[in-house]
Design a protein around this ligand. Structure first.
Ligand code: ACO
Length: 378
């Protein structure tokens, strides 16, 4: 075996072979199973796209109807899961609540048959169906309310917005939310997906796979950035403060949240679509002054950091869309997780197809033959 050079963050090191999605970071292209993300965003639905990601091909009408029916049937939570959630501190972050809930599903559905396609499908359906219910239930419970039951007459996205606010959403809002889920469903071997794959490679259960990925997505350098973008826009406060904010950021070498990407060196295609969606919402429901700040920030960053390939990533405009949809800021990352479950599951299934446990090597930088020093001599 050839000894490779150490690359911090494994930059540029292939860790798997995959046919699920493709990113061209120079041209700003993203494809799921070969289909351009823009086509999927505007023509598909989140559940159809999830089917495509997990099973590798677009479903027929009958396959899609069966899949949607199964998801709808499995949306409800066992009362013991709801009771467990009632014990969570209301001040806890919803991502921590979600990670605990995803892991807890393994207690309730403990059969593990990774070579049985029916088991794979049932686990995938259960996770896709129950995770939105869990996110919405925690939101209502932390406000002191009982969670509401899912509504079978509403589709996946409309039902989630309904469970969150106890009100039936506007059809445009539900459609735009569904597109957001499609845009966030998959993105090659990013940090949380890699986490999912490492966990999957031990042949543990899919609930542990998703729980580990949720924990990884929560960090501010990954999915957590969408919350920090809103906090940053809040801190900037007005268009007039953008330049001084950027001066300060660059002087302190701190990151401008929602910008930059390991792979994209141009504007993330998802950011372009999310910006369009934000505009559609502003046209129908009224503007948001944070959008003016965001536009000024995008122009300022392009001027100062464009040469380095630092442009808006998926997290930059998503928060503005979610804000307009009435989603609280600390639910932005759980909403990302609702979408990314389908990508994690696709990689889980692919990993099982040709599994070898992940066990990389390291370059040891410590000492050798160090004598043990008794505690009283230290
Ligand atoms: N603001 C200012 N400078 C930046 C930014 C940014 N947002 N992103 C990268 N840079 C600069 C770095 O300072 C560095 O400059 P240098 O070479 O002069 O030292 C160079 O660009 C490379 O940056 P790295 O941090 O080494 O790039 P890496 O590929 O490791 O990190 C990451 C990518 C984590 C996304 C980074 O751009 C970042 O922290 N962005 C802000 C957080 C964010 O928005 N995360 C969401 C990413 S999308 C997602 O995960 C869903």
């Amino acid at each position: 075996m050839t000894v490779c050079e150490y690359k911090p963050g494994l930059e540029g090191i292939p860790a798997t072979q995959s046919s699920i999605s493709f990113v061209d970071g120079k041209q700003g292209i993203l494809e799921y199973r070969g289909i351009n993300i823009t086509e999927l965003a505007y023509q598909s639905t989140f559940l159809e796209t999830s089917y495509l990601l997990i099973w590798g091909a677009l479903p027929t009408q009958e396959e899609l109807a069966d899949f949607e029916h199964e998801i709808c049937y499995h949306r409800r939570l066992k009362y013991r899961i709801r009771d467990m959630m009632k014990c969570f501190p209301e001040s806890g972050h919803p991502m921590d609540a979600l990670q605990a809930c995803a892991a807890a599903l393994g207690l309730f559905y403990s059969r593990r048959a990774l070579d049985d396609p029916a088991y794979i499908r049932a686990a995938a359906v259960r996770l896709l169906a129950k995770i939105p219910t869990m996110v919405a239930a925690f939101q209502l419970m932390r406000k002191g309310n009982d969670p509401v039951q899912p509504r079978d007459d509403l589709d996946y996205s409309a039902n989630f917005l309904y469970m969150l606010s106890e009100r039936e959403p506007d059809p445009l809002a539900a459609k735009i939310f569904d597109i957001c889920l499609t845009l966030h469903a998959e993105h090659t071997i990013n940090a949380s997906t890699f986490s999912a794959m490492v966990t999957a490679s031990t042949l543990t259960d899919p609930y542990a796979v998703v729980a580990s990925a949720v924990g990884t997505l929560a960090g501010p350098l990954h999915g957590g950035a969408n919350e920090e973008v809103i906090e940053m826009l809040e801190e900037i406060g007005s268009v007039g403060n953008v330049e001084s904010y950027l001066d300060k950021c660059l002087a302190h070498k701190s990151k401008v949240m929602g910008f930059g990407h390991r792979v994209y060196k141009v504007k993330d295609p998802r950011a372009t679509i999310l910006q369009e969606l934000a505009q559609q919402l502003f046209d129908k429901f009224g503007g948001d002054h944070y959008y003016d700040i965001a536009l000024a920030l995008e122009a300022g960053v392009a001027k100062r950091l464009g040469e380095k390939g630092i442009y808006p990533n998926v997290d930059f405009y998503s928060g503005l869309v979610y804000r307009k949809l009435g989603i609280p800021t600390d639910l932005f990352t759980p909403v990302f997780a609702i979408a990314r479950v389908s990508g994690w599951l696709a990689h889980w299934k692919e990993q099982l197809g040709e599994n070898r446990i992940f066990r990389p090597t390291q370059i040891y930088t410590g000492s050798h033959q160090t004598p043990y020093q008794p505690i009283e001599e230290r």
